[in-house]
Unconditional design. Structure first.
Lengths: 382, 299
């Protein structure tokens, strides 16, 4: 009984301490600017979220060495599990309870699309480092992105297929359950046709979570394309690549940034991964000294090579810091204006200019996928 | 023969082959559904999770360097034991509570294992290690991979084994008796609880074997992997006539082949819609399933 009493007493005091901590968080410190970061720390795209937060934390430390107008930046990370509903809840909590000055996130466009209207309504600027779907920034004037959009990515790959690889007959395999995939299909097809190439008219589609693509690939093979465009996410793409090669399909297969995860190498296997190309945001092999310094610092800190998501997260914080310097104050209206006026900011993912639609105009890289990692092939400017 | 016709024929055989490989997997899972239903009239929705558990046991064992001929039986025994525990702890206490509570419990068990897997192992798909060199053979224009042959052979061996156990052994006789009438079987001195446990064990080991085969075939395992194949296998069991062992095999192969033909000759978007339309048509004509004229064979 005595033990129980002690236990209750302990629990009560613990509760009190929690409350104190909460009210401290709610009370905004005069010398801090708080950024709410909403990323998938668990779930199917957790590797994207964790990498982004790594990049964000590293940038934060660099920025805080010289406080901006006497203020330092502080990040509160919320896990959205890669789900739209969780993303919306997280943003609401960060705005209502933590009173953050700005939201950073998320990766998957569907997640950002779900949370953007809440930030827009509260007039809290939201900046996504990695959501490429066109619709994301159409939510309103407080929604920004520091990555390129799918319209650009699709054009880059169509040009690469036609000009660099000199391919003339393309088949497109689409993930029918993804807006990202369907958007890229449309752009690639238009650009490849415009350049003078032919796109096979048949509908080659699959849905997320499918595992058997052999019959679909038999059909693609029969249509005899010399290049395949496969805008999907790494979980299915890995299986498709493996099965395609095992059926004797040796033509290059092209994709977008949805392929850019070390998981792809594991799932596709050494035979499947070879000789394919993707468009992405960043390559650790880029010889640009700014990139090389970032890669060196990142490896010293995390003991692994940074991927595109780490670089995008890093750049996003630096863009925010740059905007804060120019804004002079952290109130949402001046921050919004300063972000919109970002011109030619030199980041590790390229020079970032925010256009009238609050999208970043910046370069993309084309990478060749190999069993040991992705190799830099070329940089494409908008 | 024109080139077009030649293409058509070789494509047809490719789709057929893919369908048989996929159908064998459905059949292996469907067997467990049908056996459990035959004995205690329970639609065990957690059955797809036994398949997932088998796949993960295979994944961990092969990753640690064990060969397939050890990993496969170990995965079968492992998922069999999990199934026996589930039956003992979850299904047996509510066996006489009626069919709806049992069904809800089965759904709950299924969700429990899915989220347990996500919580402990993580939700991201894991790449299944290669157990052996997957050579591809080319016959004319048709590609057959070694793994497809392995799937087919393992399925055949397991099904023959099951058929032998059910029809030629004492425990098989007891299973048939229990299925026919549980009370009467008990009065004849059969320990029906033991028979139910045995049925769960055998059904889940077949699903576990299917899990390992699928892991090798598609090179990926994840905690939610049992959901769709479990559902499809349930359909396959109903299609063949639920409670009838050869029906589960026939149903699985029919579904697998139908799906691949739809993808091949039409469009993959309609794969499930068309496959299920076929199912509904068959059930309209034969409500008890393809082999469901009489129920004497049920186990």
């Amino acid at each position: 009984m005595k033990l129980l009493g002690i236990l209750i007493a302990l629990l009560l005091t613990a509760g009190c301490q929690d409350k104190k901590a909460d009210s401290a968080a709610a009370q905004k410190s005069e010398n801090e600017i708080t950024i709410g970061a909403v990323f998938a720390m668990t779930g199917p795209i957790a590797s994207y979220g964790q990498e982004s937060v790594n990049g964000i934390k590293m940038a934060l430390e660099e920025v805080n060495q010289t406080p901006i107008n006497g203020k330092t930046l502080k990040v509160l990370v919320e896990d959205n599990k890669g789900e739209p509903v969780e993303s919306a809840n997280a943003v609401r909590k960060l705005i209502d309870i933590n009173k953050v000055d700005l939201i950073l996130g998320s990766v998957a466009s569907s997640n950002t699309l779900a949370s953007a209207p809440i930030a827009q309504a509260a007039k809290v600027p939201l900046l996504t480092p990695a959501s490429t779907n066109e619709k994301v920034t159409m939510t309103g004037d407080f929604i920004f992105r520091t990555c390129f959009t799918d319209n650009f990515q699709g054009v880059v790959m169509a040009k690469f297929a036609f000009t660099t690889l000199t391919k003339r007959k393309a088949a497109i395999i689409v993930d029918n359950s993804s807006d990202y995939s369907k958007g890229l299909q449309k752009v690639f097809k238009e650009e490849f046709n415009r350049l003078g190439g032919a796109v096979i008219q048949d509908n080659f589609t699959y849905t997320q979570k499918d595992t058997d693509f052999r019959s679909l690939l038999t059909k693609v093979k029969r249509a005899d394309p010399d290049v395949i465009f496969l805008p999907g996410y790494y979980s299915e793409v890995g299986l498709i690549l493996k099965q395609a090669r095992s059926m004797g399909m040796e033509m290059p297969i092209l994709g977008g940034d949805g392929w850019d995860s070390p998981k792809l190498q594991e799932l596709a296997g050494p035979q499947g991964i070879k000789g394919n190309y993707i468009s992405s945001h960043f390559s650790p092999d880029d010889v640009d000294p700014r990139v090389q310094k970032f890669v060196k610092d990142y490896m010293a800190r995390y003991n692994e090579k940074p991927g595109a998501m780490a670089a995008l997260g890093y750049d996003a914080v630096l863009v925010i810091a740059d905007a804060l310097k120019r804004a002079g104050s952290a109130d949402s209206a001046s921050l919004q204006k300063a972000l919109a006026n970002t011109v030619g900011f030199e980041g590790v993912t390229g020079a970032i200019t925010i256009d009238a639609n609050r999208n970043a105009q910046k370069s993309a890289v084309v990478l060749e996928t190999t069993a040991t990692g992705n190799i830099f092939n070329q940089k494409v400017n908008p | 023969m024109s080139e077009e016709t030649a293409y058509l024929i070789s494509d047809f055989f490719t789709y057929l082959l893919n369908g048989v490989a996929q159908g064998s997997i459905y059949a292996l899972i469907a067997l467990g559904y049908t056996m459990v239903y035959g004995i205690i009239k329970l639609i065990n929705f957690a059955h797809g999770e036994f398949y997932m558990i088998g796949a993960f046991i295979g994944y961990f064992l092969i990753s640690s360097g064990l060969p397939l001929y050890i990993a496969l039986p170990a995965a079968m025994i492992g998922s069999g034991l999990v199934a026996v525990s589930v039956e003992r702890l979850v299904y047996r206490p509510i066996r006489y509570a009626g069919r709806i509570p049992a069904l809800i419990t089965a759904l709950g068990t299924s969700l429990f294992f899915q989220y347990l897997g996500q919580g402990t192992i993580g939700a991201d798909p894991k790449a299944f290690p290669t157990a052996f060199e997957n050579t591809t053979y080319q016959v004319g224009d048709v590609f057959i991979s070694k793994i497809q042959i392995v799937i087919f052979l393992v399925t055949m061996v397991l099904m023959t084994g099951l058929w032998y156990v059910v029809t030629h052994t004492k425990i098989g006789k007891a299973m048939r008796a229990t299925s026919f009438n549980m009370n009467a079987a008990e009065l004849m001195g059969i320990n029906t609880n033991r028979i139910v446990s045995f049925t769960f064990f055998v059904g889940a080991s077949l699903a576990g074997a299917a899990g390992v085969l699928v892991g090798m075939y598609y090179n990926t395992v994840e905690p939610m992997m049992g959901l769709i194949p479990g559902l499809k296998a349930f359909i396959a069991a109903v299609l063949g006539g639920i409670g009838i062992i050869p029906g589960a095999v026939l149903g699985g192969l029919t579904l697998g082949i139908a799906e691949n033909m739809v993808v091949g000759f039409w469009i993959s978007t309609y794969r499930d819609a068309v496959a299920f339309a076929i199912l509904i048509l068959i059930l309209l004509v034969k409500p008890a399933g393809l082999l469901g004229t009489n129920r004497k064979e049920k186990v």
